[in-house]
Structures are given as structure tokens and as C-alpha cells.
Design a protein around this ligand. Structure first.
Ligand code: PLP
Length: 400
């Protein structure tokens, strides 16, 4: 019998040192556990529970049926770029030329990658308000940059303080990362905050990557784009998207706006790694911008109701919860239970089948907190709060 021998495995290391050194996502192990369990209420994933509005999906279907199945311009459909440019002017009073200052990207995820690739040389430092969205540090590291976490605190409403940035800035600092409204804290910045940050950026001659993907999801306050601060448009890469405001996470669509020279540098990366953003999704996004406003408003009103339900619920249970003013997350303080955030999340999952994310997944200063997403039905939120209440009562009563 002719039994073939397995071929020798290469003695060279398969994985590059750069990727080997990249920390794996802290929340993946958690999602693996959740996937193996039944009857779990997940407040873990940051994703709208709504489906994409039918009129938006229909625009993509029409485009496909009409034969729009090839690449678009590397920059994206010109009609979509014009609609984005109009929206930024209308909402924030900032002007971006649809020809040369805007790229349609494959989500803000791609935007983050191309922005840091374009901005950073090896060793350049990026000031990173913490807790931060999990993808920010890896994208800095992949571009050869150095992450400099700058903690934010509950007593300041998790708004980054210029004094803390001043203490962290060095001669190597090149970029300030601003992700507001914030995932995971729900913090927003007001005009005075933005103005103080603009002064800091100017003083130290920095650039800014502003991830404003949650710009439409604010409650009782209107988002102000960092690019609208005097002098900041020329120093900022503005990232925005469709995933959250229009319940379009699976379409993979966003945009990047930047001054011409920076945008051209980003385009070099985008054209080689992505060619162009998904074509059908671009038609859907065009419909979202031109006819989707009523859907945004009704989803925001619904998130606002759920936000109050969850924030009040946590406070009633005895887990102090800072009032989130944007995005769709609560970030309650769990220190009164004497458990650390990882043990709290793991035990809550096993004992009461509710999934939340340990705060340290978003950086060390997330310690003592957990993130709970309220983009889920009010019924589910109510049951989840009952279960969390039971769990916390046991801990507060000393049943460790
Ligand atoms: N930025 C933030 C702050 C996010 O929370 C997310 C998704 O959770 C993203 C970017 C990724 O967005 P996209 O779906 O546009 O890639």
C-alpha cells in the first residue's frame, strides 16, 4: 500500500513578529463562552438590534438588479461623496471637497487603519484617552506607532482633561485620538471641552484622528464635530460611518474626510488594500443620507428610552452608573461588589446568564466597571436587570 507521508512542517516561524506581538482581543474568549451557552442575554456586543430600514436595503437591491456590480472609483461613488460633503456642511458647518478630500471606506474600521498608516512613522506617539474602543491601539501598533494611554475618570464624566494630556505629551507625540461619543463610556464632549482640546493640539502642533461614528446617537445634546473648531479641519482626519446611525453594521461602510495631502496619503493605502468600498452598500448609504432621516430619529428616540431604563436600573441595583449622553452603552461602577471587573463579568455569566464586558477590555482605567449595551429590546433589558439585581444583592449581602 502506498501511504503518503505527511510533509515536514516548516521550521521557519509562520507568523511575523509584528503580529505575534499584537495583543489578542480581550473579549474574544468571553464571546466564545457565550456562544457555548443557552438562554444568555447578551449586553455584550455593540450592535443595533434593529434591521436596516427597508428603503435603504431596497436601494441596494435596485442597484444590484440594475447592474451596479463592479468596482466604483477608488474614492467611492461621486454621488455618495457629494451627499457626505453636503451632510457635513449642513450638520457641522465644515466643508470638504467631494473630489479629493473624502474617501468612502469599508467601515470606520478601515478608516482607522488607513488614517494611522498615513500619519505615523515608527516611534510616533499617539495620545489615547482611556477607556478606548478596542480597535484603536492595534491600529496604532500596526502602523508602527506607540500608544500612550491617558486615563479619563468618572468624576469628569469620562471627558478627557487637557491637564492630563499635558502631562503625557512628549517631543514624540504626533497624534491625539478622539473617540467621542465614547465607546465604552457613553461620554460626549461639549463646546468648551473641544475648544480646550483644540488649544492643546495647536500648542503642541499635533494631528487628530476623530472617530465620530456615534455622532447621530446623542441624547439631550447635539454632537459638535471636532473639525468645526477653528483651525482643526486642517489637522484632523474625521471618520464617520453608517453602521450605528442607520443599523448597517453588516454593510461595511463609512467615510474618511481630511485635508487633501493627508487624504491622498490615505488613498494610497486604501487603493491597495481595499480598491473601493462595497458597491451595493454605497448605493444603500446614498439612500440613507438622502431619505433615511426619519429612521435615525425614531431609532435614537428608542435608544434614549432604553438608555434611561438601563441607567436607572443599574443605579437602583446599587451599581453607580454615570449617565451616558451618547452611543448606546452604560458603564456602571461595580466596585461596591468587591469583585474585579473580570470576575464580576464571568460570574454574572455563569450564575445569571447575562453577558457584559469587563471594563479592562477597554484599557486599564476601565477597571472596576463593566460595559453593557442597551441596543437590545426593553424586555430583554428588564429581564437582564432583574438577573443582575439578584446577583448583586447576593454579593452585597456578603454571599461571596
Ligand atoms: N468606532 C467605534 C467607536 C465603534 O464602536 C465601532 C464599532 O463598534 C467602530 C468604530 C467600527 O465601525 P464600522 O462598523 O464602521 O467599521
Amino acid at each position: 500500500m502506498n501511504v503518503s507521508q505527511p510533509r515536514a512542517v516548516s521550521r521557519r516561524r509562520a507568523v511575523s513578529r509584528r503580529i505575534d506581538a499584537l495583543p489578542a482581543s480581550g473579549i474574544r474568549r468571553f464571546f466564545d463562552i457565550i456562544a457555548s451557552m443557552e438562554d444568555v442575554i447578551s449586553l455584550g456586543i455593540g450592535e443595533p438590534d434593529f434591521e436596516t430600514p427597508v428603503s435603504i436595503s431596497a436601494a441596494a437591491v435596485r442597484a444590484i438588479e440594475g447592474g451596479a456590480t463592479s468596482y466604483t472609483s477608488n474614492y467611492g461613488l461621486i454621488a455618495l461623496r457629494r451627499a457626505i460633503s453636503d451632510m457635513l456642511d449642513r450638520r457641522y458647518g465644515v466643508m470638504y471637497d467631494a473630489e479629493g478630500e473624502l474617501i468612502v471606506t469599508t467601515g470606520v474600521s478601515e478608516g482607522l487603519n488607513v488614517a494611522f498608516q498615513a500619519l505615523l512613522d515608527p516611534g510616533d506617539e499617539v495620545l489615547m484617552p482611556e477607556p478606548y474602543y478596542v480597535a484603536y491601539p492595534p491600529n496604532v501598533l500596526l502602523a508602527g506607532g506607540v500608544v500612550v494611554p491617558v486615563p479619563t475618570f468618572q468624576e469628569h464624566g469620562f471627558r478627557i482633561q487637557v491637564a492630563d494630556l499635558e502631562a503625557a505629551v512628549t517631543d514624540h507625540t504626533k497624534v491625539l485620538m478622539l473617540g467621542y461619543p465614547s465607546n465604552p463610556t457613553g461620554a460626549v464632549l461639549d463646546h468648551d471641552d473641544l475648544s480646550a482640546l483644540a488649544g492643546f493640539v495647536e500648542r503642541h502642533d499635533l494631528f487628530v484622528v476623530a472617530d465620530e461614528i456615534y455622532d447621530r446617537l446623542t441624547y439631550g445634546t447635539r454632537h459638535i464635530s471636532f473639525t468645526s473648531m477653528p483651525g482643526m479641519r486642517e489637522r484632523t482626519v474625521l471618520l464617520g460611518g453608517f453602521s450605528k446611525s442607520y443599523a448597517m453594521t453588516g454593510w461595511r461602510l463609512g467615510y474618511a474626510a481630511a485635508p487633501r495631502e493627508l487624504l491622498e496619503a490615505m488613498m494610497k493605502v486604501h487603493q491597495y488594500v481595499m480598491m473601493s468600498a462595497p458597491t451595493a452598500a454605497q448605493y444603500a448609504a446614498l439612500e440613507a443620507l438622502t431619505g433615511g432621516e426619519e429612521h435615525v430619529l425614531s431609532m435614537v428616540a428608542e435608544y434614549d428610552r432604553r438608555r434611561r431604563l438601563m441607567t436607572d436600573g443599574f443605579n437602583r441595583i446599587g451599581l453607580t452608573c454615570f449617565e451616558p449622553r451618547g452611543a448606546f452603552y452604560c458603564f456602571p461602577d461595580i466596585r461596591s461588589t468587591s469583585l474585579d471587573d473580570e470576575t464580576f463579568s464571568e460570574r454574572l455569566l455563569w450564575e445569571e446568564r447575562v453577558a457584559v464586558i469587563p471594563g479592562r477590555a477597554f484599557g486599564q482605567s476601565g477597571a472596576g466597571h463593566v460595559r453593557a449595551c442597551y441596543a437590545t429590546s426593553p424586555d430583554q433589558i428588564t429581564v437582564a436587570l432583574e438577573r443582575i439585581g439578584r446577583f448583586v444583592a447576593r454579593l452585597h449581602n456578603g454571599a461571596h
